[in-house]
Design a protein around this ligand. Sequence first.
Ligand code: B16
Ligand code: MG
Length: 218
Amino acid sequence: MSGQAKALIFDLDGVVVFTDKYHYLGWKKLADENGWSFDEEFNNNLRGVSRMKSLELMLEHNGLDLPEDEKNRLADRKNEYYKELLQRINESDLYPGAVGFVKKVRERGLKTALASSSKNAQAVLVALDLEPLFDAVVTGNDITLSKPDPEIFLLAAKKLGMKPEDCVVFEDAGSGVEAAHRAGMRAVGVGPVETVGAAEIVMQDYAELDLENVLSGA
Ligand code: B16
Ligand code: MG
């Protein structure tokens, strides 16, 4: 990438809202019901990964292979648990400083997009009144390939009318950082180095993030 970035693309779960916690609790309930091994460390592999792919990774982790209809039933059940948890979502679930940071970016005249693998992303945006923060929204309903495929970020750039090299992606998933790089974009990793260490900038606190560094890649 060369020059100043013109647009920032934000993942949702784990970057703007702590819905990653609710995805974890949904999978945990399903795993406990079925006697599968599952913990927070393994859950890190599911960040940014689609619902069905997440289930398949969990089954593989437990040495299981199930027929398609059974997998669909289990994936639907996890989604019901997740949607139940979403009913209580409120402002306390927002990643501290994220909304203020996005507003600051927009006041600078930069474009912003939301790019989430979640098919529930739109419902979360509406529940927390986040839609006005983004010029474009891409969710799991708009893509066919899961991160680390770059499809989601390339589509977000296209919707913004931006070239990939003019975009920077904010991600909490290792698969998301890889997807950004494969799209030809720089990445800001939100979370620990063990998970997002491949990103050009790694941070956990929006208040400490220097926007100029994000834009220039310094
Ligand atoms: P759903 P993101 C991702 O959202 C989550 O990180 C991942 O845990 C989840 O499995 C995926 O969305 C699909 O979500 O089951 O609601 O369609 O991090 O890309 O915003
Ligand atoms: Mg995420």
